[in-house]
Design a protein around this ligand. Structure first.
Ligand code: ADP
Ligand code: SF4
Length: 700
């Protein structure tokens, strides 16, 4: 057994102001030990990686959450959302995985919640090939526009749906769950489709009036109570507003319905109408953005209420409870970024909270059907695969000293985690500020919260006597060879290219010297173009649109040019694409999509239609190239060239990490730093996989 370090605190020193957050709250037949309620969230692992998902929840139990939910659990094979990977409760084969997760959640006294989903008009059934069922005949309502329609349910279908739910209730109880939640939010659940006049055009007793449209919900809850209500609490998760105007299920209708069925469920869980609206990024939504929609709902029911709002501030949480907005502080992303958030508040360790930055990189794991990752918490979904933990790490293996060069997200993470292992660490940074790219990017429009990546790590390092920080210290290979550290991590970052090379142009293009060309680094360093600017985006994430906003603020006329069919195309994975495109349209940016950059001439650029190859000239006074980056790896290469001298200088290893190795998003850099520290002085594993995985068992 490895000894471990980390985990400050111990003796409770809770600020009495936060006592209210630790009051037990009754939910029907069960009682939550506190008000911290991890609402359901996906993780990109689901049924493919059941042990990884279970261990992730176990760590949250250790971190003090009162209620911990699964991700969405599909109740029947006639409704599934392939290619996305969630959980299923279709038959006995699903039970071991679900029971493992419930056990993990219970490990430290949390209540286990299961979110039961029947997607109906939102699931194309690409895997099961069943005909989807919905209140009315509707095309499948996802952004994937699959060529599939849902059939309108007849009365027998509705009876079947109730029966399938009953099977799921019994299985969920048997698997060990304490709270069963019916999913009717985000447009994903059949309940929302019945409630909404847009998707429910029925003329029978399940359509028309609000009473009729909510009949199914009432029946499903009553059935749940009859089946398992003696020991399980029944929750319902509903949209605060479908966001479809008066045609949809509005906030006013929700209020009427809660008043109508005030005591029906054991707890009301309110989310937003679409996932995009509910899980907005910090660029577009502040903490507690749903306050106006949730205010007053609690007063309509004697049952407890849970809401969400990317809550990371304990004071904000207290206000939600004291002002009667909610009884439980719902959290998905804040619980991912810091699974120990409740425990840190409990132990009076507010400054140790690793605040979610609202970047939605976690969401991209679900959207890309890979395993989710978190910019702030690199151990997320590595708890089982790699044995990583957000607070603990194996103790150091020797008295060796570690030098980390560069204090961007990768260098800060490496220094922090190596320090936590107990190594003597020196962190050298060329500039006077720590944070590297996050410090620069946090000054751009809407990205202020990204500074939290630096703040958390800088704060933790400041408390460690074994980590020394040297600012204003640009190191050379000679310097490093002269110091005599056993281990050296080079985390010197990357620089945006000026030559137009990225995805569309893999080779250099003609650039007229008379045209001023700016890179994101130039703009972040305070340089500004004048006149009409073309922002060329062949990066496709946030940077191009953020710089377009910056330039509009600067008074420039801006044309946004991209080879993609959409602005910031990859940001659909962070649920931002629509909002970003709307923002640029609103602020007057001229958008030219499906245009690759052919050349840069005096007085303009030539765009090439990516479909027809037709060329068109866009007159401009300057160009901003948001293309790709090159690693700043010269220091590493210099050291590598002198490998023969390492031993004489006591150097055992030199590794290049983060953007200096291969540029990527910030989450990749924090991960690289964490990984460096985890693997430092660990035995070589040769050809073995560096993680555990589960492979489906074969059946005959
Ligand atoms: P990453 O995302 O991999 O952490 P960043 O670009 O954010 O990379 O950070 C790299 C940091 O390294 C910057 O703050 C930069 O000032 C610093 N740096 C670059 N070269 C040196 C050097 N030779 N010595 C010390 N610090 C350096
Ligand atoms: Fe928050 Fe970003 Fe982590 Fe998601 S990935 S939990 S949004 S910090």
């Amino acid at each position: 057994m490895q000894s471990e370090t980390g985990m400050g605190g111990g003796v409770s020193a809770r600020d009495p102001r936060y006592d209210i957050l630790f009051e037990p709250v009754k939910i029907g037949p069960v009682t939550a030990k506190n008000r911290f309620y991890q609402v359901p969230h996906c993780n990109g692992g689901g049924y493919r990686d059941p042990s990884a998902a279970a261990e992730m929840r176990r760590v949250k139990s250790e971190g003090g959450w009162g209620v911990i939910f699964t991700e969405q659990v599909e109740i029947h094979h006639t409704s599934e959302i392939t290619p996305f990977i969630e959980l299923r409760i279709w038959d006995e084969d699903d039970m071991p995985g679900l029971a493992k997760m419930a056990d993990a959640i219970h490990s430290n006294g949390a209540l286990a919640g299961i979110e039961l989903a029947y997607c109906g008009a939102n699931g194309s059934n690409l895997y099961t090939r069943e005909v989807p069922l919905a209140p009315s005949h509707t095309p499948i309502l996802t952004f994937t526009s699959d060529p599939v329609q849902a059939r309108a349910m007849d009365r027998q279908d509705i009876r079947n749906l109730r029966h399938w739910h009953k099977l799921a209730y019994r299985r969920a109880k048997r698997a060990g769950y304490d709270i069963l939640c019916l999913y009717g939010a985000h447009g994903f659940g059949v309940i929302q489709h019945f409630l909404s006049p847009r998707t429910n055009q029925r003329t029978d007793e399940y359509g028309g009036s609000l009473e009729n449209r909510s009949r199914l919900l009432k029946e499903l809850i009553s059935d749940a109570r009859d089946e398992v209500g003696d020991s399980c609490a029944i929750a319902v998760r509903l949209s605060l507003d479908e966001l479809a105007g008066e045609q949809g299920f509005t906030n006013a209708q929700l209020r009427d319905m809660v008043a109508m069925y005030a005591e029906l469920p054991d707890i009301w869980d309110f989310a937003h109408g679409t996932w995009e609206a509910c899980s907005g990024t910090s660029r577009f939504k502040p903490e507690g953005a749903q306050e106006d929609l949730i205010r007053g709902l609690k007063q309509l029911t004697p049952r407890p209420v849970v809401g969400v709002g990317r809550f990371t501030s304990a004071d904000m949480m207290v206000r939600q409870v004291k002002q009667g907005l909610m009884d439980f502080i719902g959290a998905a992303r804040p619980s991912i970024a810091d699974p120990f958030l409740p425990r840190k508040i409990d132990e009076g360790r507010i400054e140790d909270i690793r605040e979610c930055i609202g970047c939605n990189i976690c969401v991209t794991g679900d959207m890309t059907m890979s395993l989710s990752r978190c910019t702030q918490n690199s151990s997320f979904m590595e708890e089982w695969r790699k044995g990583w933990h957000p607070e603990k790490i194996r103790a150091k293996s020797s008295e060796a000293k570690v030098l980390v060069v560069g204090a961007g997200p990768s260098g800060l993470s490496a220094a922090h985690k190596a320090g936590l292992r107990g190594y003597e660490v020196a962190l050298a940074e060329a500039s006077t500020e720590l944070g590297g790219r996050v410090t620069r990017e946090a000054k751009l429009p809407g990205l202020n919260a990204w500074g939290r990546v630096r703040d958390y790590r800088q704060g933790q390092i400041a408390k460690m006597t074994n980590v020394s920080v040297y600012r204003d210290s640009q190191l050379s290979a000679d310097d490093i060879l002269g110091f005599g550290f056993e281990h050296v991590a080079i985390a010197t970052g990357a620089t945006w290219r000026r030559d137009g090379i990225a995805r569309y142009n893999l080779l250099p293009i003609a650039l007229d010297r008379s045209m001023p060309i700016f890179t994101p680094d130039d703009l972040m360093a305070g340089k500004r173009p004048t006149g009409h600017v073309v922002v060329y985006d062949d990066d496709h994430f946030y940077m191009g649109s953020v710089l377009a906003e910056l330039l509009v603020q600067n008074g420039n006329r801006v044309t946004y040019l991209t080879p993609s069919a959409k602005v910031a195309e990859w940001s659909y994975n962070t649920l931002e694409q629509g909002t970003i495109q709307a923002r640029l349209l609103d602020i007057g940016v001229e958008i030219r999509v499906t245009r690759g950059l052919g050349s840069v001439e005096a007085g303009g650029v030539t765009g090439i239609c990516t479909y027809t190859g037709r060329r068109e000239v866009h007159a401009c006074d300057a160009v901003v190239m948001v293309t790709s980056r090159l690693p700043d790896d010269q220091l590493y290469l210099d050291l590598k060239a002198r490998e023969a001298e390492w031993a004489d200088h006591g150097i055992a290893s030199v590794k290049v990490i983060g953007d200096a190795n291969a540029p990527a998003a910030i989450a990749w850099a924090t991960y690289a730093g964490h990984r460096y520290a985890e693997e430092l002085e660990q035995p070589e594993i040769g050809d073995a996989l560096p993680f555990r995985r589960e492979v489906a068992g074969l059946k005959t």
